[in-house]
Design a protein around this ligand. Structure first.
Ligand SMILES: NC(=O)NCCC[C@H](N)C(=O)O
Length: 401
């Protein structure tokens, strides 16, 4: 097992390797009192969510994609005793436990578990009663909060070119998720020798999340300035990528409405073929796009506000005619409903071949009419977390176009 490289120079090139997280016990630790803070709208039925997720993995595998699991990669990364101690200290210190006695208790409890079970437990959350404290019904029950958003592997780290952004998440509830990525790329036997460059680090002040990061071609990136991603973070990331001499020469900043329904750019805009994109009509009217390029000589970023329609801007940068396919056909009710259930959040596994949620049947029929191959999956439970097939997958390797 040695030397895995990251290689992502498009959104649509044949997908070869992807990271998923199979929903775990963290989902069973959701209750109505904490839904909003934990960024869920309802409580998925874990058994069915897992069946849906296993079916997602099967669709990918049947189409030649190697599926790696975040939980397994993490366990393999922290197997050695010293790394495990570092990892434990970091996840515990970031979950807000202050009392020394509680820190020791939880550490002891986690340390006693086999490594994979320890990782699963950290993801699921630790109740006070599990480490020997009495739990009062009216008191907050967790010493370590569950991380129910982990099955959206797209967000905590994201591949761009040969590197990743290890993200600084907007919400406290998602911040610890990025520790898994940190340990995988630093210590996993298959990655540690590859010196994967970090275009952004989790410790940085400004926020950025993977759902906002799109690789439109080996020259053009699109990044959402959204509810979750700051402009300052995009500029830092852009500078790091340009300075590293990657093939990318332009970052298009999409300024989208800062609302929960459109939390990341990929909830309203995804690429499905060389010349086709899905878009939610709700962003088109107010969309502002700024192109960021790099002045090599002065080592400075240059910013230019783009004018004209989204089709025109994309055509200019991708050097071809572009077709935008409106989620729900642009009908106010249908687009609103299907976007909420991630109708615009397609995962391309090859040019013109996408995985989508079956429930967004109007958008799926429209995609079909545009000759897009649609592999649809059941999603009654998974969709309750407000993310679709793109959100649930983190590509590590795509073939070049
Ligand atoms: N890329 C994405 O849009 N990811 C979906 C994340 C959903 C999750 N409940 C969140 O609010 O962060």
């Amino acid at each position: 097992m040695s030397g895995r490289n990251i290689h992502v120079y498009s959104e649509i090139g044949n997908l070869k390797t992807v990271v998923l997280h199979r929903p775990g016990e963290e989902i069973e630790n959701l209750t109505p009192d904490y839904l909003e803070r934990l960024l869920f709208d309802d409580i998925p039925f874990l058994k069915v969510a897992r069946e849906e997720h296993d079916n997602f993995a099967k669709i990918l595998q049947n189409n030649g994609v190697e599926v790696l699991y975040l939980e397994k990669l993490t366990a393999e990364s922290v197997e050695c005793k010293e790394v495990k101690e570092l990892f434990l200290s970091e996840v515990i210190s970031e979950c807000g436990i202050e009392k020394k006695e509680e820190i020791e208790k939880i550490k002891e409890f986690l340390r006693a578990l086999p490594t994979k079970a320890m990782v699963d437990k950290i993801m699921a959350g630790v109740r006070k009663k599990e480490v020997g404290y009495k739990e009062d019904f009216n008191e907050y029950p967790f010493l370590m909060d569950p991380m129910p958003n982990l099955y959206f592997t797209r967000d905590p780290f994201a591949s761009i070119g040969k590197g990743i952004t290890l993200n600084s998440m907007r919400t406290r509830t998602r911040r610890r998720e990025t520790i898994f990525g940190k340990y995988i790329f630093k210590y996993h036997p298959e990655f540690k020798g590859s010196n994967v460059p970090l275009w952004y680090d989790r410790s940085h002040q400004y926020n950025i999340e993977g759902g906002d990061e799109l690789v439109l071609s080996n020259e053009i990136l699109a990044v959402g300035h959204s509810e979750r991603t700051d402009k300052e973070a995009i500029l830092t990331m852009a500078k790091n990528i340009f300075e590293a001499g990657e093939s990318f020469n332009t970052v298009l900043i999409f300024d989208i409405p800062k609302i929960r329904a459109f939390m990341h750019l990929d909830t309203v805009f995804t690429m499905i073929d060389h010349d086709k994109f899905t878009v939610h009509p709700g962003i088109e009217g107010s969309l502002k796009v700024t192109a960021v390029t790099f002045d090599e000589k002065n080592k400075e970023l240059i910013m230019n506000e783009e004018e004209g329609s989204l089709e025109k801007i994309l055509s200019k940068y991708l050097k071809k005619d572009i077709t935008l396919i409106r989620c729900g056909g642009g009908d106010r009710i249908i687009s609103g409903r299907e976007q909420w259930n991630d109708g615009s959040n397609t995962l391309a596994i090859a040019p013109g071949k996408v995985v989508t949620y079956e429930r967004n049947y109007i958008t799926n029929e429209i995609l079909d009419k545009y000759n897009v191959t649609v592999l649809s999956m059941a999603s009654s439970e998974l969709s309750r977390g407000r993310g679709g097939p793109r959100c649930m997958s983190m590509p590590l390797y795509r073939e070049d176009l």
